[in-house]
Design a protein around this ligand. Structure first.
Ligand code: IPD
Ligand code: CA
Ligand code: CA
Length: 320
């Protein structure tokens, strides 16, 4: 990945310089084209308009935020006494009445407002207009962090994103109902927490970093269960966290509460909103190989960082 003899800190420095110079180069670990930093690298309004077909996104964000808050209210009402209703892929993969109720509410509200859009919900699958005909696709996770929710641990959220049919996120909303924190982003317009702009940390070395991750639901049986990567980071960073909600973890990197995050086997509805929020806060999101579109995979491998740490995180994940 990196040029022979190049130290990690040198690589980071040249990575950042290249971002700011707007060039890509030989040892650059991932394509620059899709990586958005704020400032010079934020998408020009004209380019966003081209991708969105000039659809006005700001009013849609207002609607999506209201729907996320409505879902949060449903989830909050269940929180004192969460009711597990069934198992999904295994005994540890549960769904509660709140997941189903909140998703039904979100899907109903989205269909009413956007009847020609396709909606992918975690619990209900594809709904609304057929995917092949719809100009836009919504990705909905009614509760990201269901294991926390069902254990009355207050770290979970509702995540809603609007994307192009080829899964480029345009708008993201993540709402944490226990803290009343609403993370939002529009492509090219920055990221916000309850209306205040977000910015990633400037931590430059892994030893100073706090980084989160998660484990897949087949961790008991799949040998590729993230333990090797967890151990590799453990030896290199200040603090490692398994907080339990991929969407919030990405938002926490955006908010400067974490320096980085990685996880395998995430679904598009886990991460679509968080990716945009983190990129719009100045961060970088790629897969483990440094490619910029993990959300195109149904089970993607995600690395999100403040940008400065990205090359070093990729090196750890690639076993260097
Ligand atoms: C899960 C959470 C968790 C992550 C899992 C996800 P869910 O989503 O985001 O942090 O480790 O990979 O599936 O099941 O709570 O919606
Ligand atoms: Ca999820
Ligand atoms: Ca969920």
């Amino acid at each position: 990945m990196k040029a022979a003899g190049t130290r990690c800190s040198d690589l980071n420095r040249s990575t950042i310089q290249r971002y700011h110079a707007g060039r890509s180069g030989g040892e650059f670990p991932f394509p620059v084209a899709d990586i958005r930093l704020r400032g010079d690298f934020r998408m020009a309004p004209a380019a966003v308009a081209r991708e969105t077909g000039r659809m006005q996104l700001q009013p849609i964000l207002t609607e999506a935020a209201a729907i996320a808050r409505g879902a949060g209210e449903i989830v909050r009402q269940h929180f004192a006494a969460p009711t597990p209703t069934k198992l999904k892929t295994s005994r540890i993969d549960i769904v509660t009445a709140a997941d189903t109720e909140a998703e039904a509410y979100i899907v109903r509200e989205l269909r009413r407002r956007f009847p020609d859009h396709h909606i992918v919900g975690e619990e209900g699958g594809g709904q609304g207009a057929p995917a092949a005909e719809a100009p836009y696709h919504w990705f909905v996770d009614p509760i990201d962090g269901t294991v926390n929710f069902a254990s009355k641990l207050p770290y979970f959220c509702t995540s809603i994103a609007l994307a192009t049919p080829d899964r480029q996120p345009l708008l993201g909303v993540v709402y944490d109902p226990t803290r009343d924190e609403l993370f939002t982003a529009l492509k090219g317009e920055g990221a916000f927490l309850n209306g205040d702009p977000l910015r990633v940390t400037d931590t430059a070395e892994l030893i100073d970093a706090v980084i989160a991750s998660g484990f897949p639901y087949d961790k008991h049986t799949n040998p590729d269960n993230n333990l090797k990567e967890w151990a590799a980071f453990l030896r290199r960073i200040r603090g490692e966290r398994r907080l339990g909600s991929a969407a919030l973890d990405l938002c926490y990197v955006a908010a400067g509460r974490l320096d980085g995050y990685w996880e395998k086997d995430l679904k598009p509805y886990d991460a679509m909103a968080g990716i945009l929020i983190l990129r719009e806060a100045g961060g970088i999101v790629t897969d483990y190989a440094g490619e910029p579109n993990p959300q195109r995979e149904d089970r993607g491998r995600y690395v999100g960082s403040n940008g400065r740490l990205h090359a070093a995180m990729l090196q750890v994940l690639q076993g260097d």
